[in-house]
Every structure is written in C-alpha cells, then in structure tokens.
Design a protein around this ligand. Structure first.
Ligand SMILES: Cc1cc2nc3c(=O)[nH]c(=O)nc-3n(C[C@H](O)[C@H](O)[C@H](O)COP(=O)(O)OP(=O)(O)OC[C@H]3O[C@@H](n4cnc5c(N)ncnc54)[C@H](O)[C@@H]3O)c2cc1C
Length: 493
C-alpha cells in the first residue's frame, strides 16, 4: 500500500472510534483500508478528548534533542507495529537499536551490572548468570534447582512475584524479575497476574513441570515472541521519534475524521446503533462504536449503556508515571554509557524505575557531544509522582542518576511529561475480569473494546487490538448490509 491519504466516498455506515491514541488511530485506519479493499466505503469519526492525537505517544524535538515523552520504541518480535508502519509508507523511517545498546544494566549496590540477556534465566542463561555478580552463590544454586521444584498446575492465577520466588528463589525475583516487570508495567509484581504478564513461563510449568525443562525443549523464549539480538536489536523506533507513527496515521485519515477536544461523556444504545454524548456539543449517532480508551475512562462512558460492563471495566486499575528527559554534555558523564540503560530494583531504594540512555539506544537523539537520558519514575509503588512539581522531578532524577553515572554538572536540558493513569496494572485474576467484560460487551454486536487494558500494553499489542476491533466491526456491517440488500431484493422480486 502507498502512503496517499485514504479516501472514502458516500457516508454509509458511520463508525465512531472513541480515543485517538495508537489503538483508536489503528482501528480507524484499518476500517478505512478495509472499506477501500472491499469497495464498501465507511464514515469513520474519531473522537478525541485532548487537543492532539496520539495519546501517550509524544515526541518533543527541540534544542537539538529528540526526546520521547511516552514510549521510546516497540518490540520488533511482534509484527503488528512494523506491518502497519510499512503499509503507511514508514518502512524507511524505521530504525533499529545501535550496536552499543545491545546490553542493559541492572543496579546492584549502587553500581551497574549487565542484565542477563533474554527474559529470564533458562539453561542457556544459567551459565551467563553464574559468571555474573547479580546473584549471590546461594541465589545461583537456588535458581539452578528450578528444574527440581514440582509444578503446581492446580494453582489458578497467582502473582508474578509469588511464581518467580516459588520457582527460582527470592534473589532471582528481587534482582531480575522485579525490576524488569516494574520497568515494563510500572507495576507491583506482588499483585501483577503471572498468567497475564508471564504467560509463557506458566505454560512451561504446566506442560513440562518446570520452566527450565520447558526452555530446554522450546528454546529460551519458550514460545514467547523471540527477542533477537543483532541486526537492529530487539526494539525499533522511527528516525524522528515515535510520534511519527501516530502523526502519519492521523494525516492519512480524511480531513475532519479526527475531532479533537471532543471528550465523550456517555454512550447510549439506540435502535440502530449508538448515540454518543459529548460535553456541550450535539450528540452523534453511529452504527457502531469502537471504544479505544483506557479502562477507567471506558468504564465512565459506558455507565448508562450497561452497568455491569462499566463495573467490569472499573476493576482494571491503571497506574501513573512520569518521564523525565535530561541531557548533559557527554564529557560531564564518567560512565561509558555502553548499554541501552538500566533498571532499578525496588531493593535499591532509588526513586526511579529505569533510565534509558536514549542517545546511545537510537541514533539522532542528540548531538555527538551530548547525552540524552530518559528516566521513568512512579508506577504502582510511587502513585503520587504526577503531583510533584517540575523542579522537584528534575532534582529527583538528576540526584538519582548522578552518583550512578558519575555526572559532574547540572543538566543542559530537561523535559517532563506526566502520564496519569496511563498504564494498566494487570492484577491477579485479570484474565477472568477481561473475559467477563468481553462477554458483557458481546451483547452489543456493533460495539468493540480495544486498547492496552485487555491483551497487552505494548504498541504492537495496541495496534493488533485496534485492527482486530476494526475487522470485527467491518464484518458486522458488511453482513448487515448484505442482509438488508437481500431483504430489499426479495421485496422487489
Ligand atoms: C511512559 C510510557 C512508556 C511506555 N513505553 C513503551 C515502549 O517503550 N514500548 C511500547 O511498546 N509501549 C510502551 N508503553 C505502552 C504504550 O505506549 C501504550 O500502552 C499505548 O500507547 C496505549 O495506546 P492507547 O491508544 O491504547 O491509549 P492512550 O495512548 O492512552 O490513548 C487513549 C486516548 O483516548 C483519549 N481519551 C480518554 N478519554 C476520552 C474520552 N472520554 N473521550 C475521548 N477521548 C478520550 C485520550 O486523550 C487518549 O488520547 C509506554 C507507556 C507509557 C505511559
């Protein structure tokens, strides 16, 4: 597909997409693609509460820096984001990680030590871990006993922390799993659902009685998307930053299709579809709705549509985080910055979750004589973070990084972005909650829920979720059209 704007002709069925983050934009774009592919034009309206599209994806380019205020990359192993990017003509803009960024560090006793490659230790990783200072001798021995710990298939869901401690021991949990999960989900592994955040490890325990044995059979990823090293690394981004993708999707939609500053208050069912209420404006009627909102917001707008659906959605909690971009002169940082960044275990008591060496990870993020660092703070264990003022956040991030990286001067540049209630916290029992929500939403054949609340929080997951919602609605409308045509032609006969 080329990158000309998609056009649609007659305003036939109207689909209202609520939320213009990557999920809503992917859904709207896919609907219009399907319309063009099948000669069935659709009227797609995207309602966005804020004055910009893109949701948490936001890039600030200023003072010679390209600073990511939300996500900085996406996993290459899940194909949906790369597939969409290529379809919209962004193939040449995709960049891989620099070679120097292939390893990540974890903080131990205030010093950075390399984080073992791969997700969690399997047989291939145990050798690597034995030579690493991350675990004590006792921790290493306990980890290597994993293959002999009986499986516990009778357990339903449990917390990621309990699973990791049960199988690999306390140290593997505290030094590896906790910082990794807190880094990915800004969450508290003591309450995160292992079946949602580490499903491949649970599967190996169930099938082989041990994760280590499962990895021996299936390779270290154990059926999880493979995260290869080399050739651009595990993560990809865009040369001008992550906002490239959402901006491109936005501009490919027909003029006026995305209505900014249009916060939805309520949705009601009508005989033919839905009526969507905005603040002061007239309500909008649609044949179908795709709700591409974070679950707490989706809960608010569905209260009058279906109370049980709304209550189910309210059970998925979100956590807040803050991204603090700081830049320094390269020669004012003693650390070689020979990796993509570091994770900070809770036990280190640092007020930040992670730090990405942005200018090392991807090219073009800063000039050669400066370094851009991206600090993420907050999450389940620091819920008040978005309430802190800018000066305090810069002071906190700079103060945390300085002794670890040997920073000798104040930052040249700082940029703060607050992301309140932006990240789903998949608590124990999440799978059951989602099943209940989907069962309830299924009572409305022209309603779909999409976004990071349900099947993964990464950008590729959101693209997949939006595109699947689009396909579901397209099929429904196409069948309805065919059925109505059938009635008409039988009437004429
Ligand atoms: C700091 C941070 C770092 C991340 N890092 C990565 C990463 O490196 N890689 C990765 O793959 N993923 C990452 N993620 C996760 C990923 O970016 C998100 O899960 C994804 O972008 C969410 O997209 P979304 O469209 O579902 O939701 P959002 O981006 O939250 O979009 C929802 C949209 O709905 C709008 N809205 C809300 N309520 C209403 C209403 N009532 N009416 C109308 N509009 C409304 C909002 O304004 C918003 O624009 C990160 C997330 C954060 C917060």
């Amino acid at each position: 597909m080329n990158n000309k704007p998609l056009r649609f002709g007659r305003t036939l069925p109207r689909i209202i997409v609520i939320g213009a983050g990557i999920t809503g934009l992917s859904a709207a774009h896919r609907l219009l693609e399907l319309g063009v592919e099948h000669g069935f034009p659709l009227d797609v309206t995207v309602l966005e509460g804020k004055d910009r599209a893109g949701g948490v994806i936001s890039t600030r380019e200023s003072d010679g820096f390209i600073a990511e205020e939300g996500p900085d990359s996406f996993l290459r192993a899940k194909p949906e984001a790369i597939g969409l990017s290529k379809r919209v003509g962004l193939g040449p803009a995709i960049i891989g990680m620099n070679k120097e960024a292939e390893r990540t560090f974890v903080l131990k006793g205030g010093r950075l030590v390399p984080f073992p490659s791969g997700l969690f230790p399997g047989p291939a990783r145990i050798g690597e871990l034995f030579g690493s200072p991350i675990l004590s001798i006792g921790g290493k021995i306990r980890m290597s006993l994993e293959a002999f710990i009986p499986g516990n298939a009778s357990l339903g869901d449990e917390s990621a922390a309990s699973f990791m401690r049960r199988r690999f021991g306390r140290e593997v949990y505290e030094r590896l799993a906790q910082p990794l999960l807190a880094g990915i989900y800004a969450g508290d592994p003591e309450t995160l659902s292992v079946r949602t955040v580490l499903p491949h490890l649970v599967k190996m325990e169930e099938e082989y009685g041990s994760v280590t044995r499962g990895m021996r059979k299936n390779g270290a990823s154990g059926g999880a998307p493979r995260v290869e090293k080399g050739d651009g690394g595990r993560f990809a981004a865009f040369d001008r930053g992550m906002e490239t993708l959402v901006n491109t999707l936005h501009t490919r939609l027909p003029d006026g299709a995305v209505r900014l500053r249009s916060k939805v208050k309520r949705i009601d069912a009508t005989r033919d579809g839905f009526r969507v209420y905005l603040g002061g404006d007239r309500p909008i009627d649609g044949d179908a709705v795709i709700l591409a909102l974070p679950a707490p917001e989706a809960s608010l707008v569905t209260g009058s549509l279906d109370l049980e659906l709304s209550l189910g959605l309210s059970r998925i909690k979100y956590v807040s985080n803050t991204v603090i971009n700081l830049a320094y002169r390269r020669n004012e940082i003693a650390h070689p910055l020979d990796g993509s960044g570091f994770l900070a275990p809770l036990s280190e008591r640092l007020p930040v979750l992670s730090c990405t060496f942005s200018s090392v990870k991807f090219r073009g993020r800063s000039s050669d004589d400066t370094a851009l660092l991206r600090v993420v703070a907050g999450g389940a264990q620091n819920p008040g973070i978005c309430g802190e003022d800018d000066g305090r956040l810069v002071e906190m991030a700079h103060g945390a990084l300085s002794p670890i990286l040997g920073i000798k001067s104040a930052p040249l540049f700082s940029r703060i972005s607050r992301n309140p209630e932006s990240t789903p916290h998949y608590a124990v029992g999440h799978g059951g909650i989602v099943a209940g929500i989907m069962e309830r939403a299924g009572r409305f054949p022209s309603l779909r829920l999409a976004g990071n609340a349900y099947g993964g929080a990464g950008i590729p997951d959101c693209v997949r979720s939006g595109e699947e919602a689009a396909l579901g609605i397209f099929r429904y409308l196409a069948c309805r059209e065919a059925r109505d045509e059938g009635y008409k032609s039988r009437g004429r006969a």
